[in-house]
Design a protein around this ligand. Structure first.
Ligand SMILES: *Cc1c(COP(=O)(O)O)cnc(C)c1O
Length: 417
């Protein structure tokens, strides 16, 4: 199972959808039950399926790891929303990354943006080596890519926006150079969701999601998905999906599919809230700087306009607070609606201090080179009321900059989110 040695031939695209995003989110992969007429699919818990004769299953299913109705329906829905011909679901976002990296031949080389998700960085630096796959990191993919490509380079890994500084990558620019060299481009689209950005439309070959975040959206499922157009990729990745077996349960597939049906509503509210907060933070005297791709003042706003639906910035932002790390910690403890926690993309708003939490494992000099200062606060906007969220942030800022020294600081060194 290796990627082809030849320049990438653009595979046939998925047919252009006739319907808008909301209609697809509600109806794609959601057939009525042909026997009972049930509008909502049942949860198919059976691990095995009866056969009429040896090798003649009654329907299309044999064994639930290989395929089951709930996973199939979820995959169809994600494929529709990402403008892909195929989607494959995995037991987590991390398992999705592992399956893609596992599909590379021994000795392959990967180029990745530097500020990837912590778990992805961990896989690239500590696990991929076990089958001799090497990863080079770059903070400026668009500029460095040509110099970094080697004969054995097989994959480019992009996260846009990045975590937690929300830097963007021009997907089309990277993909056109990569494709000249027969290299596939993967985009981790977790931070925006398919509602705000469809990377395959900008030239990416594979789009991946931690479904745990926006797609499920209710902070109660850990799951991942990859979507793409190439039948060759489908053969390789579906083989590994079954062979490795890191698959989601029928129940999780059902829950994630239910969550996905309201993705457009949630993504719009989260963006509206994040936009209001970004403006409020930008004009606060207690804030040094704001990272939000939806602000016209953002230096990469032209990429936002090119790649995101209606120039939306998504629900994630980060900002540097005046008063250093102490003020950042005090802020996160002073909010009343925002919960201090890792992860993102749920209906509830969250705050965290990356330097001490999600990115605590990265040495300080490397962290600061990537813009992750001790005073950086990351915010995941949920779908509560905009006025309440803005008021909460403003009152917490007031408390944080004048508040007392905090003794029991937040936990150190995790990189879960
Ligand atoms: C959370 C996350 C992942 C990993 O997903 P899990 O479902 O936690 O394994 C990968 N990429 C990004 C950008 C994430 O936020």
């Amino acid at each position: 199972m290796t990627f082809s040695e030849h320049p990438i031939e653009t595979p046939p695209r998925a047919p252009s959808p006739v319907h808008g995003f909301g209609t697809l989110a509600v109806h794609a992969g959601s057939p009525h039950d042909p026997v009972t007429g049930a509008v909502i699919e049942s949860i198919s818990l059976s691990t095995t399926f009866a056969q009429k004769g040896v090798g003649q299953p009654v329907g299309i299913y044999e064994y639930s790891r290989s395929a089951n109705p709930n996973r199939d329906n979820f995959e169809k829905a994600v494929a529709a929303l990402e403008h892909a011909r195929y989607a494959l679901a995995f037991s987590s976002g991390s398992a999705t990354t592992a399956n893609i990296l596992q599909s590379l031949a021994q000795g392959s080389h990967v180029i990745s943006v530097s500020d990837v998700y912590g778990g992805t960085h961990r896989y690239f630096t500590k696990v991929a080596l076990t089958h001799d796959v090497k990863v080079t990191f770059t903070p400026s993919m668009e500029i460095d890519i040509t110099d970094l490509i080697r004969p054995e380079t097989k994959l480019i890994w992009i996260e846009t926006p990045s975590n937690p500084t929300l830097r963007l990558v021009d997907i089309r620019k990277v993909a056109s150079i990569a494709h000249d060299h027969g290299i596939l481009v993967v985009v981790d689209n977790t931070f925006l969701s398919p509602y705000v950005q469809n990377p395959l439309d900008h030239g990416a070959d594979i789009v991946v999601h931690s479904v745990t975040k926006y797609i499920n959206g209710h902070s109660d499922v850990v799951m991942g998905v990859a979507a793409f157009n190439s039948p060759e990729l489908f053969d390789r990745l579906s083989f590994l999906q079954n062979a490795i077996g890191a698959v989601p349960s029928a129940f999780d597939s059902w829950l994630a599919h239910r969550g996905l049906k309201t993705l457009h509503l949630r993504a719009r509210e989260a963006t509206k809230n994040a936009t209001a907060l970004a403006h409020a933070l930008e004009s606060s005297p207690h804030v040094i700087s704001v990272n939000y791709p939806g602000l016209p003042s953002n230096p990469q706003y032209s990429i936002t306009l090119k790649q995101h639906r209606d120039g939306m910035g998504g629900g994630m932002l980060s900002f540097r607070i005046r008063g250093g790390h102490e003020a950042a910690e005090r802020f996160c403890q002073a909010t009343r609606i925002f919960t201090l926690a890792e992860s993102l993309g749920g209906v509830e708003s969250l705050v965290e201090v990356p330097a001490a939490m999600t990115h605590g494992g990265i040495p300080q000099d490397q962290r600061e080179a990537a813009g992750v200062y001790d005073d950086l606060v990351r915010v995941s906007c949920g779908i509560e009321d905009e006025a309440d969220l803005t008021a909460d942030v403003l009152q917490a800022l007031e408390k944080a900059v004048v508040g007392p020294k905090i003794k029991n600081g937040v936990a150190n060194g995790n990189d879960h989110a």
